[in-house]
Design a protein around this ligand. Sequence first.
Ligand SMILES: [Zn+2]
Length: 142
Amino acid sequence: MSRPHISAALREKIADEARHRCGYCLTPQSFTAMPMHVEHIIPIAAGGTSDESNLWLACPLCNGHKGVQTHGVDPVTGERTPLFNPRRQKWQEHFRWSEDGVEIIGVTATGRVTVICLQLNNEHLVRARRRWVAVGWHPPKG
Ligand SMILES: [Zn+2]
């Protein structure tokens, strides 16, 4: 399946709407040396389109872990649950930061499966967040 071109103007618009940070782990573009990806919320392989409504900003780690996944199994309910949609859902309603600000905790089924499937507390992010907390950059206020 061919992947339609996403124009530079559309990339810029999406980055602005996403406040230049990953829709999943909230890592700001300015904290990393890696350009953010414009990701397909529903992957092309799962029938998603390249319409603006299906695009958001994600860091390379979250996008890589997400791959073609759309759902996960919630460890609490045992139910197959859709992943967080950063365009349609509010981060604060599905996740919170741990007391030390280093880990993301899922507070809903969607939050829990997204933490697991996207490995939102992978060692690379946790190590970086510890440094960000130490210098007062993290966790984000809003
Ligand atoms: Zn991320």
